[in-house]
Ligand binder design. Sequence first.
Ligand code: ADP
Ligand code: MG
Length: 291
Amino acid sequence: ATPTAIMVGTGLGAQRGVLFKNATALEGTAKIDTVVMDKTGTLTKGEPEVTDVIASGMGEEEMLALVAAVERESEHPLARAIDSHAAQRGVPVLAVSEFLNVPGHGATAVVDGRRVLVGNLRLMTRENVDVGDLAERRDELAASGRTAVLAAVDGRAVGVIALADAARATAAAAVAALHESGIEVVMLTGDNEATARRIAEQLGIDTVIAEVLPGDKAEKVAELQQAGNTVAMVGDGVNDAPALAKADIGIAIGAGTDVAIETADIVLMRSDPLDVSVALRIGKGTVRKER
Ligand code: ADP
Ligand code: MG
């Protein structure tokens, strides 16, 4: 594109809070045919809240106290939500040692001499915990779009904690706008398949890639590129950064982590997913003017 077209496009973007880092970012958007969106923090607010606490074989308070002791040590958004829920309910604060974060799975620690696991089904399987009757509760909660976190103590499943993360107000409209421009929309998430599918359904997204480990998001983007797609990746998290770099165009949510913002080609300062289509439209307009 001509320097003038670039200047106009960059200026138009700036007015809408769409920050193009360079000319390549602006021109590159014109070729995008597939938009991959991270779920948590991009399509949703990224502020999960505890909705259900189900204990098995011990009291609810005791289960919550053991889980919260582990989660107090973790920076994961799910951990933060469980911790503040426990604090609100005034459950006792227990001493914790040997905390271990297991990326994409959950966390483990020793609490009051007992080994506590908190995380997804993958963590339980890995640690040979039979989820038993709680599997059904977990499936029900996941089918309703909630994220179900499992808890085990000394190898025995003791509870499920469900969390809901509300979609951003404009998430469905953002998907619709992209579809109207003939762009394919894909949801990419570390969360479980059933939860992700339910939320995708609510937002009008038909392609879901779920249960992706933090290190594997970039590989999923590469697979879409190998299949012939020109991909924009939209994300907010530390674990989205490699995928943002791998994509033809990386788009960061302004409220996201520094790493995501630094890696991206475009930053959406208003953290509004609708601005993805605004960015693509400005890019197309810029390239068209040049001809
Ligand atoms: P995302 O934030 O997109 O869900 P992550 O890779 O961070 O992706 O986590 C994937 C899954 O691992 C979570 O949905 C959750 O089930 C589980 N998990 C990870 N960390 C924790 C934690 N500290 N407590 C409970 N569950 C966790
Ligand atoms: Mg995210």
